[in-house]
Ligand binder design. Structure first.
Ligand code: FES
Ligand SMILES: [Fe+2]
Length: 384
């Protein structure tokens, strides 16, 4: 695709271009490579997905004290997440764009009483309200209307969600559709043990798909956890929901008692259950799992060929009291570096394919049901 995509006829043409994935799973074929490299399709994804949806931007523990803040970019749009008061209502999420000329006023993360724009020194409080604008006394513009624009946010199970859309779907409706499958994910009773950010030279959809791909584990991860994936030849017990959500509970034989793979104690609510591993996906970019820790990965597009992946590793509070907790986390960190490096090689090779015209998508395995489901919803969203 190389023409702008906005008119209904363009979207119909795009739908036709993507139709190979819309057949039933056993007849479908993977999407063509340009879906992962086209600037026009990336622009459409920004408009229809990342500027519209609720997105998870932080854990509450990252902002535990008044004045704590962190900065992120949502498809290039700079945003601050800050705590200005105690409690879940005490957060503020606002655009990190000075209301004078748009320069970013906050950088990285930390604790602050106020932000000062580095260009002409306008100052803003921790909630983004304008405090002062030097040498502006003669201006007839109402400076009380120059606060940093706020974004809507919501807190769910210890996660802070926000949206760039000023008129979004109500958050309760968005999250409500996932709740019934998430009994295994009580992250409000847990704490963040480790957060990682990894940069991958591949389109964001490749990363989301990879986390839903049960087909690659025994090859790509054969030297780490691949052998533990006992998939057999049975269909995956997957729940595929209309909104693109995907849930799975299964016995992955990855019990925390395995000395090679068990880094932490069993999760109390998974003990004595046949289920030892669970996986959930919230459209568009949030993937969660529970094995011996709760893990959440969020995929943030930087460009059509570059993605930042943020990984959160969360544990019940009692795990933090284990004597060797610090060394357990260190070991798990090293292990995660290894398996992420395994994925990165495959993902960056997929991007090489996506940049060429020569490859036509092949058929899908039954273990790619999550990818099939995700992409069918994706096609509906971007061509609607
Ligand atoms: S751009 Fe911020 S004060 Fe001028
Ligand atoms: Fe993987």
């Amino acid at each position: 695709m190389n023409a702008p995509l906005s008119a209904p006829a363009d979207l119909l043409r795009l739908r036709d271009h993507l139709s190979s994935i819309c057949a039933p799973l056993d007849e479908a074929r993977h999407l063509p490579g340009d879906v992962y490299s086209s600037k026009e399709i990336f622009a459409l994804e920004k408009e229809k997905i990342f500027r519209k949806h609720w997105l998870c931007v932080a854990r509450v523990e990252e902002l535990s004290k008044v004045g704590d803040y962190l900065t992120i970019r949502i498809v290039g749009e700079p945003v601050v997440v800050a705590r200005e008061a105690e409690g879940d209502a005490g957060f503020a999420v606002f655009r990190n764009q000075c209301t004078h000329r748009g320069v970013e006023v906050a950088f990285g993360e930390g604790n602050a009483k106020q932000f000062q724009c580095p260009y002409h020194a306008w100052t803003f409080d921790i909630g983004g309200r304008l405090l002062g604008a030097p040498l502006m006394k003669e201006s007839k513009v109402d400076l009380t209307k120059c606060d940093l624009p706020r974004l809507q946010f919501a807190v769910w199970r210890g996660w802070i969600f926000a949206t760039l859309d000023p008129n979004p779907q109500p958050f309760a409706d968005y999250i409500g559709q996932y709740e019934k499958y998430l009994w295994w994910y009580p992250t409000d009773k847990c704490k963040l043990a480790m957060k990682k950010v990894i940069h991958v030279g591949a389109n964001w959809k490749f990363l989301v798909e990879n986390l839903l791909d049960f087909y690659h584990a025994s090859t790509v991860h054969k030297s780490t956890f691949g052998k533990q994936y006992k998939l057999g030849n049975k269909p995956l017990p997957a729940h595929c929901e209309k909104n693109g959500a995907f849930f799975l509970e299964w016995d992955a034989s990855m019990r925390p008692t395995d000395p090679k793979l068990g880094f932490f104690s069993s999760l109390p609510w998974l003990q004595d259950r046949a289920v030892t591993a669970t996986r959930g996906f919230l459209f568009p970019n949030m993937q969660m799992s529970a094995i011996d820790s709760l893990r959440m990965w969020s995929m943030w597009p930087v460009s059509e060929t570059q993605t930042d992946v943020v990984g959160y590793f969360i544990l019940p509070e009692e795990s933090f009291r284990a004597q060797d907790f610090a060394s357990q986390v260190k070991k798990f960190d090293a292990f995660s570096e290894t398996f992420l490096a395994e994925d990165k090689v495959a993902l960056e090779s997929l991007q090489v394919m996506a940049n060429s015209d020569s490859f036509k998508g092949g058929p899908l395995s039954r273990y790619e049901i999550g990818i099939h489901h995700l992409l069918n919803h994706y096609v509906d969203v971007i061509t609607s």
